[in-house]
Write a protein that binds this ligand. Structure first.
Ligand SMILES: [Zn+2]
Length: 412
């Protein structure tokens, strides 16, 4: 058989995705597989079992990253890698992350059953805690692996119930004995759903992002003065929630005020004591700013900070601002991006050159290895929700692009 005619098994890929979707399934068709929970453990166990079934060398490092390696002819050459994440948002979908783990697994199954050898080793990886919704921030394990984040800092992160990252990693039995550390990688591909509406709007099947927007996270803490709502006159109140409300609208107006080329969002808020008859005296909310232009995003933040401080002063609500996390915008390796587009064209799939608005482990991988991503359409552009969906045909198409990109990189 001509290697060009090789295709992955779309039916088997679908079965694997459906099997995984049962773990943490929600009543409305999504999944809840928060990182380092029992559901995460169950899904990891199944993944490891599947890796072993096709004789891959399985390694688990002390960040809980799982690697399955298929040795190449020249084991000394830097390997080719592909992966994503098994964890999900609290009410997440059945494709985000897991498609990028099942996709390369399906590629390796295809190579295995055809007894195909490659020059370089190929590694499939599941990165721990990509989502960052249980333990902030996101993408921590690829961040530690790439040397961009400190492992002990990540270990100390706590969830909303005060549980430590490291303790939970140990509890589910995935604190491996291998030191989490990068090694030379020849090429890294991450296969993912688009999580936006562009491919569907353009009528294209495969997206090749030129890179990922910068990602800036902030945490805002406001203090007010609690009091009984009835007897306390409106004048002289220090209502922390009202201060937050004004600030949140400033965030929403920020991209317009800055002339576009960015998005800004408040997605999380905690109000205390959260009682209908007490004036709120404590509020915490988050700010997320993304742009292709880091300087533009930082200027926007300067402006926003000043607005926040003015509102805090006017309302008599002291403000504390934490600059939680910044990842610079990440332009991918242009050669690999072109390879994704060419491979899609060779397979007869219309491709589209674009940007990624969502953060991915590929951001950190891009700091240490030539990196590219492969996107497939999200129906209705919806993601991080239970109705998140991608057609099986598109899942299969993306995996075929991944197969041939991996083969090209593994044989050069
Ligand atoms: Zn994802």
């Amino acid at each position: 058989m001509d290697i060009k005619d090789l295709r992955i098994n779309g039916k088997r890929l679908r079965q694997s995705l459906e099997e995984m979707a049962k773990i943490g399934a929600t009543p409305d068709g999504g999944v809840q597989r928060l990182t380092l929970t029992d559901e995460d453990k169950t899904a990891r166990d199944l993944f490891v079992q599947w890796l072993k079934e096709i004789d891959l060398d399985v390694t688990i490092d002390d960040m809980g990253n799982i690697f399955g390696r298929r040795p190449g002819i020249h084991d000394g050459l830097p390997p080719v890698m592909s992966g994503s994440h098994i964890d999900s948002q609290p009410k997440g979908g059945r494709f985000d992350g897991i498609l990028g783990v099942m996709g390369p697994l399906e590629v390796l199954r295809t190579l295995h059953e055809n007894n195909l050898e490659t020059e370089r080793s190929i590694i499939v990886v599941d990165w721990t805690n990509e989502e960052g919704s249980r333990f902030a921030p996101a993408m921590v394990a690829s961040g530690v692996w790439a040397g961009a984040l400190d492992k002990d800092w990540v270990y100390q992160r706590t969830d909303i119930n005060g549980k430590r990252f490291e303790d939970e990693l140990e509890r589910i039995g995935y604190k491996g004995d291998v030191h989490c550390h990068r090694w030379p990688v020849h090429a890294y591909y991450e296969y993912h759903i688009e999580q936006g509406p562009i491919l569907e709007m353009e009528g294209k099947r495969i997206g090749a992002p030129k890179g990922i927007l910068c990602l800036h996270w902030y945490d805002i803490y406001l203090e007010g003065e609690a009091n009984q709502v009835g007897p306390t006159p409106m004048e002289g109140r220090h209502d922390a929630l009202c201060a937050a409300a004004e600030m949140i609208l400033k965030v929403n107006q920020l991209p317009d005020a800055m002339g576009g080329n960015m998005v800004a969002t408040v997605g999380e808020i905690q109000n205390y004591p959260n009682s209908r008859n007490i004036i709120p005296d404590k509020v915490h909310f988050t700010v997320d700013i993304r742009s292709w232009d880091d300087t533009h995003a930082l200027k926007a933040w300067e402006r926003l900070q000043n607005e926040f401080k003015t509102i805090a002063r006017q309302r008599g609500c002291p403000i504390r601002i934490e600059e939680t996390w910044r990842v610079e915008h990440s332009p991918f390796n242009e050669q690999l991006v072109q390879r994704v587009l060419e491979t899609a064209a060779d397979l007869g799939y219309p491709g589209h050159y674009m940007v990624s608005g969502a953060g991915h482990d590929a951001s950190y991988m891009n700091q240490v290895a030539p990196t590219a991503m492969i996107f497939v359409p999200s129906i209705g552009g919806r993601s991080h929700v239970e109705v998140e969906n991608t057609t099986w045909e598109d899942c299969e198409a993306g995996a075929n692009v991944l197969l041939h990109c991996l083969l090209k990189s593994a044989d050069e």
